[in-house]
Write a protein that binds this ligand. Sequence first.
Ligand code: COA
Length: 270
Amino acid sequence: MSTSNFSTAAGISPGTLAEILTHVDGGVMTLTLNRVDKKNSITSAMYSAMANALESANHDAAVRAVVIQGHESIFSAGNDIGDFLNKPPSTSESPVFLFLRGISTFPKPIVAAVCGPAVGIGTTMLLHCDLVYAGDNAAFSMPFVNLGLCPEAASSFLVAQLMGYPRAAEALLLGEPFTAETALEMGLINRIVPPAEVNALAQRQALKLAAKPLTALIETKRLMKKGNAGIVAERMAEEGASFGRMLQEPAAREAFTAFMEKRRPDFSKS
Ligand code: COA
């Protein structure tokens, strides 16, 4: 199969391309978060690159499955907080929402390889992947409330559906992190392996998928997701509107400023 690179997708400046690496081999497009010095936190340019890569993968007949991976030490620290402060997503066409719509409606199989922290969207994007493999160092968290925000990626619906309301409340109201073992038990991930083996396992599974008839994969995924598709789209839009508004409010601004200033936030006035 052909090897191609989607990193040059329109609208992405060359300076940011190194932070999202993509390549296609054996029918699998591998998308690598490559901003390890900033814990793979995701800027709006990176969201654009990821949305464009998925769009290209959707339309490229040479791509039959996608792998999303980070580094052995970190999957993603979620949204880049400075970028969110300076360039908050203001419309439904903002890069973060384009990426979320892209991943949640992506018709071909997506396999994720997760090691180390998976914060915020680092965890919620997994709700839209089909197979998730994790290192035993993986740590999942959705600390939206702690940041003065509300959930995104339809996680306010999908997390409770997946793990039941009581555990969803611990994860989303308290924002408590949970381990790979807990994620496995709750059904968020498929398997735990040593961190050094996660990317290779994801790749092997994706190659297995890529060898299967694509039309059968797409139709099976569509049928499995059909029951949730409408509510996911609707919830994502509602969350997005709230999230965008809350980003401008005092609690989020205090949380983000505190993170930048490396101090504890003071929510006594919010
Ligand atoms: N946005 C922007 N920068 C981030 C970031 C984020 N979400 N997460 C980490 N970074 C940066 C840090 O500011 C630091 O930069 P510096 O070296 O210039 O000071 C660098 O990445 C390393 O982060 P650090 O916190 O020192 O690493 P750690 O190993 O001690 O902790 C995390 C890793 C992921 C647990 C921690 O960075 C974290 O909690 N990040 C914030 C997660 C978050 O709240 N995300 C928002 C979700 S909406």
